[in-house]
Write a new protein. Structure first.
Length: 287
């Protein structure tokens, strides 16, 4: 299978105060040792911003770059996001998917606004403009429905599908927390799926996040995301639906984690062990 890693599985996140941040060389080394051949970019500053320097570092660990998560404010009628998105595209190769999150404009994912009609119009227009510009440049783009952004809930996902043309990043965990069944989306909108993030979820804890009883960051710290096969999502069915539809993109292991301190050396514990469990699960699915 086309399986990649992501720094967020090692607790590396763009949110200030998220938790302990591991060093790039240890994260990339553990990806290599797990047998992964590709990774996502991680937050700004985690890998070198210069594409040539970044390419040399990734090559040292035998890794390709398959995705770059880029939060951007897309709903403000008085703000054009295209220059910032173009700048992000400048540093990416044609095979790297630019994964947009419709950011709120504030740090973190614990609170978000409700959009009015003008904001929705701006969001949908900007998504179409970015999609067209990416295609004109030979680049790939996907919108990531994400907890704590302005595209989180099922009604918002459905509106994006119905009213603009942007491809999607299907993140099994964020979709479920927001109230969208990822298997439904894999079956209903497979032609729109350009990239996939795989994570399993503790559904009772997800429901508490959705109802506003537990902040998202605290839920992640408390184990919202589980290694594949140890939560409540039928990951195998999602993969089967996508593969049956002709999906040819990457499956990125993305179990968002919050670390309190530097984890012990693998393979006994920490992120390495969790990602290993995910890969073992996928090996069983593939067989």
């Amino acid at each position: 299978m086309r399986v990649a890693g992501a720094p967020i599985s090692w607790g590396v996140c763009e949110v200030p105060g998220w938790g302990h941040q591991m060093a790039p060389r240890r994260v990339l080394g553990e990806m290599r040792d797990l047998g992964l051949g590709a990774t996502e970019l991680g937050p700004a500053g985690f890998l070198p911003p210069d594409p040539a320097a970044r390419g040399r570092l990734l090559a040292e660990f035998g890794l390709d770059l398959v995705g770059a998560f880029v939060p951007a404010v897309l709903h403000d009628p008085g703000r054009d996001p295209l220059p910032d998105v173009e700048l992000a595209m400048d540093g990416l190769g044609e095979e790297t998917v630019l994964i947009l999150a419709a950011a709120t404009g504030t740090d973190g994912y614990d609170q978000r606004p409700e959009l009015d009609t003008k904001a929705w119009r701006a969001l949908l227009s900007n998504l179409d403009a970015i999609t067209l510009r990416a295609a004109a440049r030979g680049r790939r783009v996907a919108l990531h429905p994400h907890v704590g952004t302005v595209v989180e809930r099922r009604a918002e996902v459905e509106r994006v599908l119905g009213e603009c043309s942007v491809p999607l990043c299907l993140d099994t965990g964020h979709l479920l927390v927001g109230g969208t069944d990822p298997l439904w989306l894999a079956r209903f909108a497979a032609p729109r799926v350009a990239h996939v993030h795989l994570k399993d979820v503790d559904v009772p804890l997800a429901e508490r996040v959705r109802d506003g009883r537990v902040p998202y960051t605290r839920a992640v710290r408390d184990g919202l995301y589980r290694p594949l096969g140890r939560g409540d999502i039928d990951i195998a069915a999602v993969i089967a639906a996508l593969e049956g539809s002709g999906y040819e993109g990457w499956y990125v292991m993305e179990q968002d984690a919050v670390l309190a301190a530097e984890p012990p050396e693998p393979p006994g514990a920490g992120p390495y062990a969790d990602v290993r469990a995910c890969l073992d699960y996928l090996a069983g699915v593939a067989s």
